[in-house]
Write a protein that binds this ligand. Structure first.
Ligand code: FAD
Length: 392
């Protein structure tokens, strides 16, 4: 049996960060993963360029049943700390949207940095390793795998959530948690495209590929960002963001031209009475979307001066309550994250050690902490991995 100080299950973002931090402290660290490569989600993230942090990351950008849990780790390892790390390695990166940092070239560059840190720290990684059993003995934990039996003082679960099973996601972390009596909060796919009801599908599929700015609101959350029509429904940042707050069966409000308030429409009528509504809308929205609206309101070909207050009001109601007829989501197959997970009320926010099992730690997405879209989820992986790395 190989004896280690620390075993980390999961060579993803949080596991790699934790491994390097613990090994720099002189701990003998082994990372185990059943995948054939480390950091697969890092490689596929941000369209292959990994949105690796958000400079504005703050506790308000994270959802959890225990909202205070993330505060300490986010404070101890900030976005600037991660930027300092990648700067030391000379990573080229860009701020694509305010606060959102992406690799300039490829997510491979970021993964290479993490693997270099691992090498420098002395932490080892064993891939293609299936975990067959975990057993807690007096002061050690014994991990049996298809590649041998290992013992450790600290076992860190960094197996992430359920999204993208084809990339190696499993519910392993939840099972390990439940085995020692942890509460696991209900999980659900999030930051995920929304599918539409069959009756509306064909009509909206005709818009597939076009994007427009929208205001998406649900359960008191609101995002003003682009929405993309797909052949299955709707996606794009506004939709992905709102799925952290909305779930099937609940009200979802989409305003497809958020700048077009009732006042703005009335004002436009006063200022441009000779313009047709169709032409006016074509300045604000993609042509194919205007065609869809015109199928509903044939009088859009009239000049502003000819349309009544009632018609303006009807148009406004249509735009501000655009019916995407949400049916469900595309689920874990395409979701970026998993909401819910190991209840953080039973995990130390300082060390990330389980309060149910000595020597057992949970970090990253397996915990009930989920960030908004925009680099927040990786920041959580870095911050939680760093924090646990100081104690394991
Ligand atoms: P992961 O990175 O998922 O790592 C978990 C590891 O555990 C994997 O290597 C897996 O193989 C391993 N594992 C799982 N089960 C087992 C098992 N039974 N035995 C052994 N090993 C196991 N977040 C952002 O902040 N910015 C982005 O741009 C972004 N883009 C994304 C794009 C996509 C398509 C997806 C799916 C996610 C994206 N995310 C993004 C979210 C981000 O990838 C995750 O929040 C983050 O990777 C979570 O880190 P983690 O270490 O907890 O888990």
């Amino acid at each position: 049996m190989d004896k280690l100080d620390v075993i980390i299950i999961g060579a993803g973002a949080s596991g790699l960060m934790c491994a390097a931090m613990a090994a720099y402290r002189g701990r003998n660290v082994l990372v185990l993963d059943h995948a054939n490569k480390p950091g697969k989600k890092i490689l596929m993230s941000g369209g292959g360029r990994c949105n690796f942090t958000n400079m504005d990351a703050a506790p308000k950008h994270f959802l959890s049943d225990n909202p205070h849990f993330c505060i300490s780790a986010l404070r101890r390892y900030t976005p600037q700390d991660f930027v300092d790390l990648v700067d030391r390695h000379g990573l080229d990166y860009v701020e694509k949207a305010p606060g959102q940092l992406f690799c300039e070239h490829s997510a491979k560059d970021l993964l290479a940095i993490l693997m270099t840190e691992l090498e420098w720290s002395g932490a080892q990684v064993k891939l293609n390793t299936r975990i067959l059993n975990v057993e807690y003995q007096d002061d050690i934990t014994v991990v049996t795998t298809n590649q041998g039996v290992f013992s450790c003082e600290s076992l860190v679960i960094a197996t992430g959530g359920l999204s993208i099973p084809t990339m190696g996601a499993t519910g392993f972390g939840y099972e390990i948690a439940k085995q020692v009596g942890h509460d696991v909060l209900p999980t659900r796919a999030s930051l995920v495209p929304i599918t539409v009801q069959p009756e509306r599908k064909e009509q909206l599929a005709a818009l597939s590929g076009i994007a427009c700015d929208v205001r998406a609101s649900a359960n008191e959350a609101q995002f003003e960002e682009p929405m993309l029509f797909t052949h299955r429904g709707v996606s794009g940042p506004a939709i992905l963001q709102i799925t952290n707050f909305w779930q099937p069966g609940e009200a979802l409000q989409i305003h497809i031209a958020p700048d077009l308030s009732l006042e703005a429409l009335n004002q436009a009528r006063d200022q441009q009475p000779k313009k047709t509504l169709e032409n006016y809308l074509a300045n604000e929205l993609p042509k194919r979307l205007v065609d869809l609206i015109k199928a509903e309101f044939p009088w859009l070909d009239q000049k502003f001066a000819q349309v009544s207050n009632e018609q303006i009001e009807q148009l406004f109601q249509y735009l501000s309550h655009f019916d995407v007829a949400p049916n469900g989501t595309e689920g874990y197959r395409t979701a970026e994250v998993t909401l819910g997970g190991v209840n953080t009320k039973e995990v130390s926010s300082k060390t990330f050690e389980s309060q149910k099992q000595k020597g057992l730690y949970f970090i990253g997405e397996v915990l009930d902490v989920t960030g908004w879209l925009g680099g927040y989820n990786f920041q959580w992986a870095w911050s939680s991995g760093f924090a646990a790395g100081q104690y394991v």
